[in-house]
Design a protein around this ligand. Sequence first.
Ligand code: ADP
Length: 373
Amino acid sequence: MEAWKALPGDGAYKILIIEDSPYDRALYRRLLHQSDASFSVYEAENLSDGIELSRRLKMDCILLDCRLPDAHGTDFLRLCRTEGFAPDAAIVMVSGQDNVQTAVDAMKLGALDFLIKNTAMERYFVQNIMNAIERASLKRRLRESQQELENSYKALTDFAHTASHDLQAPLRRVRQFCNLLKEETGDRLGPEGLDYVERLTTNVIRLQKLVEDLLTYSGAANGREGRAEIDLNVLVADVIEDVNVSVIENNARILLDELPTLSVYPVRMRGLFQNLICNALKYRSEEDPIIRIFYEEEPSRYVFSVKDNGIGIDEEYHHAIFTAFERLCSQDAVEGSGLGLSICKKVVEKHGGEIWVESSPGQGATFKFTIPK
Ligand code: ADP
């Protein structure tokens, strides 16, 4: 069975022939009309008429001669790109000469096939046209699905942002009332009542942290922050200052190597280091935590490392931990929302890099991420 019979839609395919030779136009017309598929054929003798027609009508295929009286065929391809017309048409270039460079240029500019005018071409002419139409239709469907995916992803993060934003105010109020209840009526509540209020407060605080993390998560890839040249020594020193209480409580040591100055999204980058350092403190082992922060420069990228001597992570979970809400320990063992590393991943991806972990249980963990040059 011929391939084009399986194509969806039973209307005629609109095909535009841009060709100055009346002999070639007649030949293509004849070949198209002799085939089993149904075509509505339009013709243009030069580039400007071709542009005019393809702007007016949505073509399924454009058969484009390489040498036109007013331009080269590749000029048409360039215009399609820069001006965005005929985005869904399968453009097939036809040339009298077997010129590899022109064929490569045409394909790079978006042509879906390159045919050489000779007797062999006539045999597979319609088959080649139909294959190109099918490829163009697949490309269009792929583009549409990508767009749909992007739209739903954006809608989801917008929803997460709005929902978590709206949750903040009532949560703040619940926490205030918990405090009031304890302060104003604590003596009447008795030990059991006070214990309930304590537990209520702990859970509200957890919920507040979760909502805060959700807000950061939804903003990590889409926020409006711009890049700036940042001395990462200063940025990381600031983060260490912020987590100082936890450093002292854990009797931890942070060893900071000299870091470079790079163009980064400053707030996101700060959050990235903060998450990794806090995790290195949280998932500590019996030993006093030692955290080393360093980087290596490779030809095309910088590779940063945050290395700890904590409990480590089984290789089985090295990928899963970067997924939202994925945690390896219970809430009671170590507090957390399970969003930290997924935010880190988004931030690194926003910078065009990658993040991964090298670790095994009991051997500490080294979180590595790259920033392309
Ligand atoms: P959270 O810390 O809120 O649970 P994260 O997304 O930051 O969420 O981390 C996901 C999981 O990865 C953690 O629950 C923990 O099990 C594991 N993890 C993260 N960092 C480390 C680390 N430095 N050492 C060992 N395990 C870690």
